[in-house]
Design a protein around this ligand. Structure first.
Ligand code: GLY
Length: 429
């Protein structure tokens, strides 16, 4: 009897499906192991290929067809105009697109991905590369021209401090947080997002993501000023950015007296549509705010947006179309980045509320879809990016159905969070 049991256990464990201590079926995490291995290899190869050139991979150049854009936006090709549309040279199409400088809003994601991959695998090579690429962003600590300094520095330097703390890293984070606070207007109660465009004081839902830098710096300095300002921004945004169905506008611009100038979109289908990544930024941002404040209004907002996302998705594999209101047609691009951000947010949300299982289950499905061959690139392909099929700014003709560095970053963050919640260690997979 004992011999038979041992034999069964030996065969079953070859397939990794049964626990011999409990006799219960074990979850098959082949997808997870493959996800981490492929991601680490892609990043190692890309970093090695770049050597000492201070370039930061951003995406793959794509073009666009005006009729296609108009079909997606349901606009008349005769009248459709947009001022910020990209015009990549024909020979650039299909090649790797780099950040235009460290001031590109996406500059922190490649270094941040290297940090997460190091955290997952323990690879010292990945750590060396993470340090090298993070150092390129040092000048950003003095930059004041965009709210995106939160993304840029917290994803690179923030992860550096978490995994390899050093005084100079801490100082860079504090200086950046001071600069981000400098963009706060006390009458309006918000941090200003952009310095370009025709708006008086634009605040975009993406700005919720910059608040984590301020929370981080309050933890580092024990100075509540950063956190309080972040929470004020979140309160004002809660008041003005959301519709009755809990979906978020992309841009809200304020008059100097704090009244709303206008509500519109810059990257969504139209002013009243639910741009997929915008909803992802919202659920992520309010989850962070609840984690830091325990204000139940922020938890409610995070859960309301989570439910909006779950009931709006139109695809079988749950990876959203680029806008939840985009035409549901085979040619409509998806946005893997929105799925990755949503997965990461929902995993954290699942740890903060009573009915967390529904969020964790949904996030798990998102991660399994992203880790399938439809989205996860084969090692050595995809110009070194991890995921395929994200959409950056369709109305502006930019980064349509292509890999993008922030999809990779939030995918890796979601894998880290998933493994923490499930108590899985990569070496044991
Ligand atoms: N923060 C800009 C974007 O989500 O595309």
């Amino acid at each position: 009897m004992k011999k038979t049991l041992l034999l069964v256990c030996a065969v079953a464990s070859l397939h990794g499906l049964y626990s011999c201590t409990s006799g219960q079926p074990e979850t098959d995490y082949t997808w997870l192991k493959n996800a981490v291995n492929s991601s680490a290899k892609q990043l190692e190869q890309t970093a090695a290929e770049l050597g000492d050139s201070p370039l930061l991979p951003r995406s793959i150049w794509t073009g666009y067809d005006m009729d296609f854009l108009c079909r997606q936006l349901e606009r008349d090709p005769k009248t459709f105009k947009d001022s910020l549309r990209m015009k990549p040279a024909a020979e650039a199409l299909g090649t790797r697109r780099y950040c235009f400088s460290v001031r590109d809003w996406t500059s922190g994601f490649f270094p941040g991905s290297l940090w997460y991959a190091y955290q997952l695998t323990g690879s010292q090579e990945l750590k060396r590369e993470a340090v090298k690429f993070t150092n390129y962003l040092y000048p950003v600590r003095e930059y004041t021209g965009s709210h995106d300094i939160g993304f840029m520095m917290n994803c690179s330097y923030g992860n550096a401090y978490r995994l390899a703390p050093a005084d100079s890293v801490r100082e860079a984070l504090v200086q950046t947080a001071d600069n981000l606070c400098g963009r706060f207007d006390a009458t309006i109660g918000c941090i200003r997002s952009w310095d370009f465009g025709h708006w008086n004081f634009p605040v975009i839902i993406d700005n919720m993501m910059n608040l984590d830098l301020l929370f981080h710096v309050t933890h580092l300095t024990k100075d509540d000023r950063y956190k309080n300002l972040a929470l004020k921004h979140a309160e004002t945004t809660l008041k003005n950015h959301f519709r009755a169905d809990h979906s978020s506008y992309h841009v809200v611009s304020y008059n100097n007296d704090g009244s709303v100038e206008l509500k519109c979109t810059h990257q969504g289908k139209n002013d009243e549509s639910s741009w997929a990544r915008g909803q992802a930024w919202a659920v992520y941002g309010y989850t962070s705010c609840y984690r830091e404040s325990k204000n139940p209004l922020f938890l409610k907002q995070a859960e309301d947006v989570a439910h909006l996302i779950m009931r709006s998705v139109k695809t079988d594999d749950l990876i959203p179309l680029w806008d939840y209101d985009a035409p549901d047609t085979p040619e409509t691009p998806r946005d893997a980045s929105a799925a990755a951000v949503t997965a990461s947010a929902l995993i954290e949300l699942s740890t903060l509320c009573e009915n967390g299982k529904e969020y964790l289950d949904y996030a798990e499905k998102l991660l399994q879809s992203l880790s399938s061959e439809r989205y996860l690139a084969k090692v050595g392909t995809n110009q070194g990016f991890i995921l395929m099929h994200s959409t950056g700014s369709l109305p502006n003709g930019s980064e349509i159905d292509t890999p993008i560095n922030y999809a990779d970053y939030y995918y890796l963050e979601a894998l880290v969070r998933y493994m923490e919640v499930k108590g899985i260690d990569f070496q044991s997979l």
